[in-house]
Design a protein around this ligand. Sequence first.
Ligand code: ADP
Ligand code: MG
Length: 459
Amino acid sequence: MEKPQLATVWARIRGALQAEVGETEYRNWLKPMTLAGISGDEVLIALPTAFMRDWVRNHYGAKVNALWEAEWEEARRVNFLVGDATPAEPETIPERMAGVVRAEADDKGDPRSEIAATLDPRFTFDAFVVGKPNEVAHACAQRVAEQPACVGFNPLFLYGGVGLGKTHLMHAIAWDLTERGTASGKPVSVMYLSAEKFMYRFIAAIRGHQTIQFKETLRGVDVLMVDDLQFLIGKDNTQEEFFHTFNYLVEAGKQIVISADKSPSDLNGLDNRLRTRLGCGMVANLHATTFELRISILESKAARSGVPIPAKVLEYLAHKITSNVRELEGAFNRLVAHANLFGRVITLETTQEVLHDILRAHDRKVTIEEIQKRVSEHYNIRQTEMTSARRARAVARPRQVAMYLSKQLTTRSLPEIGRKFGNRDHTTVMHAVSRVNELMQADGDFAEGVELLRRMLES
Ligand code: ADP
Ligand code: MG
């Protein structure tokens, strides 16, 4: 079959849009679109003003994208830009030119291009595993997705340490709202961005004398989500701007969702008025994970991966990697990738081997100083003897034990250990390790003492 002409395709897409959104809507927003060109797999569509460009992208972007994908094989994504309103003959724009059109549009310094960040398709409610530590936050997020701007839930403020699911929940709300909006025929415009991006865009807007447009875009959304708000601490002007946007939207009955690493009252350095307002809606904490939640998350990931993983391995990982979900996920993904790549069956042994470095980093970290302190106490000598030059057995033996334990319980190298023991040579440490090993075999009491120390340090 002959490849359809670009112009024909474009006409068909416009027709489909017109039929879908109705005459008025089409005339107001979509008719002014012009096809600026095709650059590789990217379709470039121009609109006369930045405001219209953003509006079309927010409200019809997905639709236009889907239509292009259906109609034009090579099309992978659609990029909306601000450009000349004179309709160009699409076929006459060579690929290279298309790139130039876009570069020029960017060059004009439009500060609002790409304000919103893209949403991660994996971060949905379906993929979020609920447990005690996150059930409240999850319930609040779902509530907001079902009924945005409901009294008592605006703003929704999610807080907690890194890697506990704040961003995931925000994206899940955004996906859900978008889907519901599309299904009900009342599209909801959701803007999600990090506080950092908010600031950079704001600064760019000031430089480009575009603050009015910047405000306009932010205030034109139904739901505004700002991630990692703690970034704004100490950025007073941006805070001020955010405060005004915030008030405007809440008063206009729009939903706001915020995340931060601390609760509003603990965000020291944030403007007091803003802090007060942030705490006015619903504040939900994402707590550190529990063993049970980590197991559930791993089980859900294992089921999705399609790779058989013994329960023993999942338990082992949930025991070992307790810091946050991101790290747990990272370890899990590496394990599965390895199994897939090398066609290996996952066992406890392969897990320990494949995740060797990660697991080691999650071992409880004992410092050499801690070891020196405990060992000195145990043998009743002064801690300074650990680094002294004295060779009397009463101090030399405990020192050797401390070196041995440093080698066993820390990731320090022999030279590093030597340095911590009064700048001794690495061969001295090596000798200490083998000497303690020998003594432990020969002397039960001595061995017991060393084992006791080890257990104390490890717990
Ligand atoms: P935060 O924004 O709090 O730093 P993220 O939302 O980026 O954390 O989460 C880190 C990673 O952990 C993401 O890949 C996310 O999908 C995953 N994750 C966090 N919590 C859960 C959960 N309850 N269920 C499934 N995945 C989760
Ligand atoms: Mg995050």
